[in-house]
Design a protein around this ligand. Sequence first.
Ligand SMILES: C[S@@+](CC[C@H](N)C(=O)[O-])C[C@H]1O[C@@H](n2cnc3c(N)ncnc32)[C@H](O)[C@@H]1O
Length: 214
Amino acid sequence: MEEINRAAWQSKANVKWFARLEGWTDPGEEAAFESIAAEVRGQPILDLGVGAGRTLPLLRKLSVDYTAIDYTPALVAECRKKYPDARVLSGDARDLSRFGAETFKLVVFSFNGIDAINPEDRRKVLGEVHRVLQSGGLFWFSAHNKEGPGHAEPFRLGIDKTRNPAKLLMRTLRALKDAPRAAHNHRRYSRLNEEQDGYSIMNAAAHTHGLLIH
Ligand SMILES: C[S@@+](CC[C@H](N)C(=O)[O-])C[C@H]1O[C@@H](n2cnc3c(N)ncnc32)[C@H](O)[C@@H]1O
């Protein structure tokens, strides 16, 4: 999982894709944010797996005491380029030893980022998050689940929705160009799918079928 997912995050196409992302992923993410905003306003925030910084302006509206980390150098560089005044560090969510116990009021791992971490290391992340959170602090993350649409996705070409016909055409052409790679990834990585007690590891359609997710 580690090797496959790291390769996906750092691919040029994905760095470009993350760099373009802005705003909420969906109304559910925004609603979750609204439900915790008052409780964490003005308090220290740690944003794990920040990528190219989609969540950065959203969270800095809540607090200027904001720190982000990511373990993909190309995404950290992109994030720093977009937000040169922000505290964006290169680091791994499995080892938060640079931060003291009970430092943050809010820890975030958005956009199902935690699902790309293998089950054993996922427990390490949860342990570290617990350690750096203040008593009564909040961990805000999203994750796939076995009843959700992301479970056991069949092969598909990822074409992001848009109402702009020119953009739709471009995206369709790009997806067709990427189709052989997506098919190759799907064939190779689906062999690694496994069903366990209470969870699965599956190849996801995102990023040209380039991820194995929890
Ligand atoms: C789905 S992307 C989300 C990026 C960003 N949070 C967003 O919402 O646009 C997941 C991110 O988590 C990062 N990531 C995955 N595992 C990580 C780990 N163990 N430590 C730090 N970052 C990690 C990846 O590099 C990637 O940037």
